[in-house]
Design a protein around this ligand. Structure first.
Ligand SMILES: [Zn+2]
Length: 358
């Protein structure tokens, strides 16, 4: 490798590192722009770091804005608090054993369990909320959860947060896209053709000018939101001199918000309708079909919140919980079919099977 190629590889690596974020393991990220449909990105849940997982933001041009959503991480049950650690891992902590403590964005629930939230402010909010829930009677806890769930399923608010993030970062993203193409395209072509030459030096000078303009744009864009962006001026200085910070300047702006992240289903207007419905079915099955579903009097609080939401959004039950066409007993949670005579699905922790319609 020549010096130029090594430098190029280092830039590419630094750029990718700048696209990485440590997020709650259950997080949903949407990437899009003012007019486009938004697509979703999930973290690598296999890697657990400080109660969270790494997530790679949308990295290729045209660079996009991002907005965050979180499923319900804490669900109060009668005896225990259910804590969602990843999509598949849920732990129960008895209310008496709850020992709440916050360390930056990580909320510790007992000696063994911790959950990363999107920011330290949100970790504090949950610390207070869970302490309040602990002191309530079980019925009141359920009400408090349903109230939180309703607020997190506000589709208009979620749409507005995303639209604002896209609008606010539009010029930053446009310039960053130009900068990206210049850095990884134009300069490498010049270098490839002419080697170490004055022309490459000229290309690098253009890069520096673009960075300085980006730094100025960043300061203008964030003038109204100083409190939400820590070390704002230092960051602007970094943008002026470090290409990877200049190209990703929009990320910190688009994710800076003091609102609580909505539930992913609140993105109904942002996402493709078919994909959204698929996601809604998934959330519904996991909330509704828990062991005991066929004979319990009341639904789990999550399922109740989702049902209220679907009714409010005019989604028919046949759409979010389509009847199975199978001729054999089927697990309503994972969809697996079983021979007659089997009553529960072991893979789903003993969920009762649904018999085929006669
Ligand atoms: Zn199953």
């Amino acid at each position: 490798m020549t010096d130029g190629q090594t430098l190029f590889a280092v830039f590419a690596l630094l750029y990718l590192i700048e696209c990485l974020r440590l997020m709650p393991s259950t997080a949903w990220m949407a990437a899009g722009s003012v007019k486009s449909r938004w697509s979703t990105i999930r973290p690598w849940m296999r890697f657990q770091i400080a109660g969270g997982s790494p997530l790679l933001l949308s990295a290729w041009p045209p660079l996009q804005a991002h907005t965050l959503a979180l499923p319900w991480l804490f669900i109060p049950e009668h005896e225990v608090l259910r804590v969602r650690l990843t999509d598949r891992m849920i732990v129960n902590i008895s209310w008496e054993k709850l020992a709440l403590r916050v360390e930056e964005a990580t909320l510790h629930l007992d000696s063994a369990t911790s959950v990363r939230l999107a920011s330290s402010a949100q970790a504090q909010t949950w610390l207070q909320r869970l302490a309040e829930w602990r002191d309530l009677a079980p019925e009141k806890r359920r009400d408090a959860f349903l109230q939180h769930a309703r607020a997190s399923l506000d589709t208009q608010a979620a749409k507005q947060t995303a639209a604002e993030a896209a609008k606010r970062t539009r010029s930053l993203r446009r310039l960053a896209t130009l900068h990206f193409i210049w850095c990884f395209g134009v300069i490498s072509v010049i270098y490839h053709r002419f080697g170490d030459s004055l022309l490459v030096l000229g290309g690098a000078a253009v890069l520096l000018v673009l960075q300085i303009i980006q730094s100025w744009l960043f300061l203008c864009t964030t003038r109204q939101m100083k409190a939400l962006i820590p070390y704002r001026r230092w960051r602007a200085l970094g943008i002026a001199f470090l290409p990877q910070l200049a190209m990703r300047a929009a990320d910190v702006v688009s994710l800076a918000t003091n609102h609580e992240p909505p539930h992913p289903l609140a993105w109904r207007v942002l996402l493709d309708e078919k994909f959204w419905l698929q996601t809604a079915r998934q959330f519904w099955r996991e909330a509704r079909y828990v062991p005991g579903w066929s004979h319990n009097d009341s639904m789990p609080p999550e399922a109740e919140a989702l049902q209220t939401f679907f009714r409010h959004e005019n989604i028919a039950e046949a759409d979010y919980d389509p009847p199975s066409a199978a001729k054999l007993p089927v697990c309503p949670r994972c969809g697996a079919e079983f021979q007659t005579g089997i009553a529960t699905c072991k893979d789903c922790g003993g969920v009762e099977l649904r018999n085929p319609a006669a």
